[in-house]
Ligand binder design. Structure first.
Ligand code: ADP
Ligand code: MG
Length: 210
């Protein structure tokens, strides 16, 4: 693997996963309110599994690296979120293929990953799930309106979208069993996505300003 690509994976993946690990208790607390209280534990387990496999993952081309990370989540995480986040990463890897990543290709791959989540979860936006952060983030990525403020716009959008899930009624996943009582709590999966996307933006922003 070229040194440049190895550096990119090594620069992006550990900080993102470490943010998830650092927020495990908060994610579990959110899931305790409207689910079964395991989201933080699930995400931490998946993140640690990827970190453990990272040296081997770094030696792979980007598409294979994404698929391996997705597979690590599917294999190590028991809850619904493992297969869903796994589908996101595997769908992205499949769509990327041998191409080099640029902004347009990234948007295309992210879109393919989101479609894989929707298919796997039989879900869509406005159901109080991770999709309520992922889909608006994709819209920002696709629109050229943000221009050089792309990272700032992405961070602002995902933060607003996490918060917006508080007022939503869950229509998918365990939280949907609560019906109206799911209103008033942030969706844990949406929070995980927001944390991860914000950290990826922070790393890329810092690299741009170096
Ligand atoms: P489980 O629900 O099996 O306990 P987790 O607690 O790890 O799994 O993950 C719950 C999160 O998964 C939810 O907050 C939500 O964002 C996401 N989720 C659950 N079901 C779906 C679905 N069908 N489509 C998209 N996301 C979903
Ligand atoms: Mg749960």
């Amino acid at each position: 693997m070229t040194e440049a690509r190895r550096i990119q994976i090594q620069a992006l993946v550990p900080p993102t996963l470490n943010v998830i690990i650092a927020h495990a208790e908060e994610l579990t607390r959110l899931d305790r309110a409207i689910g079964d209280g395991d989201h933080g534990i699930n995400m931490k387990r998946g993140a640690e599994k990827i970190l453990q496999e990272l040296p081997a993952i770094c030696d792979k081309p980007a598409d294979e690296a994404l698929k391996s990370m997705g597979m690590a989540l599917v294999m190590s995480v028991g809850g619904a979120s493992g297969p869903l986040f796994g589908s996101l990463l595997m769908g992205m890897g499949q769509s990327l293929g041998a191409r080099a990543i640029n902004k347009d290709i990234l948007a295309e791959c992210f879109s393919a990953g989101i479609e894989a989540v929707k298919k796997r979860g039989r879900s869509d936006v406005a159901q109080k799930t991770m999709l309520d952060v992922l889909v608006p983030a994709l819209e920002v990525l696709k629109s050229n309106a943000a221009g050089s403020n792309l990272y700032a716009k992405l961070k602002e959008t995902v933060a607003a979208c996490e918060t917006r899930t508080i007022g939503m009624k869950a229509l998918k996943g365990r939280a949907s069993y609560l019906g109206e009582r799911s209103i008033g709590h942030m969706d844990p999966g949406a929070r995980s996505c927001g944390l991860a996307i914000r950290e990826i933006c922070n790393v890329l922003e810092a690299a741009k300003n170096e």
